[in-house]
Design a protein around this ligand. Sequence first.
Ligand code: SF4
Length: 408
Amino acid sequence: MNALRYPRRPTRQIMLGKVPVGGDAPITVQSMTITKTADVEGTLQQIYALAAAGCDIVRCTCNEIEAAEGLAQIVPRSPIPIVADIHHQYKMALAAMEAGVHGLRLNPGNIRRPEHIKAVASEARDRRIPIRIGVNGGSLDPELYDKYGGKVTPEAMVESAQREIAYFQEVDFDLIKISVKASNVPLMVEAYRQLSEVTDHPLHVGVTEAGPPPAGLVKATAGISTLLLEGIGDTIRYSLTADPVEEARAGRQLLEALGLRERKNVDLIACPSCGRAEIDVIDVAKRAMDAFGDRKIPLQVAVMGCVVNGPGEAREADLGIAAGNKRGHLFVKGRNVAVVPESEMVEALVEWAEFIHEHGTEAAMARADVEKAEREAAKDRSALLDAKGDDANDSTSKIVEIRRRSGD
Ligand code: SF4
């Protein structure tokens, strides 16, 4: 099930290497390396880390001839398609194509001479290399900026993209995808909405310069998911001021959370903790996240602070653990399966997750002593209820005290 309110807007499909973008292709995740592209080994290392975190397409800057030479060595060794990012120098686009890149990104705001744009598009046409028209609110063509009253407006951004499309059409080039990014979320959302009305080229969606997490994550998620839920967007990028691996993870997680991509890694859920918690839920959840890392175990795993409510609240999870009386109670699909010392909770979660992933839920239930595990859980649950009662936050006595002090 996915959360789309509107059907996905039909778009044409282009290929970046072996990865399709647009049409009925799965929505893809993009990121960008932050190494010097001339540093071939460093850049490849980052590309491998990005691919492991769920990145489908990666962009590298091509700002100097050494970068283009680096790309010639990076492209054949990369596990995912490479897009060269070009600003100002159209000759770098020609060099990147010579290096064998799978796609280009051009910024119409800073490569403005029609003969340069057409020279790049003609070469791309002959080589069948797609180009992204990457309009950016912060670097809009000054002429359009003036035309729209000295402001960056959705209309100005859409017109910038349309002008570029017209140049491409003149040389019969249509392997195009488009982005109209801005750091202002309502502005970019409206620009993409307007753009999607006037073109059926695939769209690359993102909030540019979203900034460091968590605020950057919130901004990017607000903009990207609003559009995705309206059926707009064929490929996405989180532009965070952070390790690009975080961008790739966030992109992947957003698509999984919206039901737009199949789950690839662990989906770790955890209770927010409360007065009933028997452990430091934040710490245990973080340690569990670190332990699972980018491992390809597509299960939902729960970390719950108490055995009183945890197994029930997380009964939909494939696997979970809840704390009680210095012990960890493991449960599978809401059924208790084992008890481990509190200090081994994370290790036990990982071991059971691996087992379920490899052998399935039924095999996991078969190896468990469910009766014993449920007996032990019931024992700890009633011990906690005896100790803390139903009112774990002890609000009743606090209210009595508040009333006494206020002389009620
Ligand atoms: S009741 Fe238990 S499971 Fe629910 S939030 Fe509190 S500690 Fe977590």
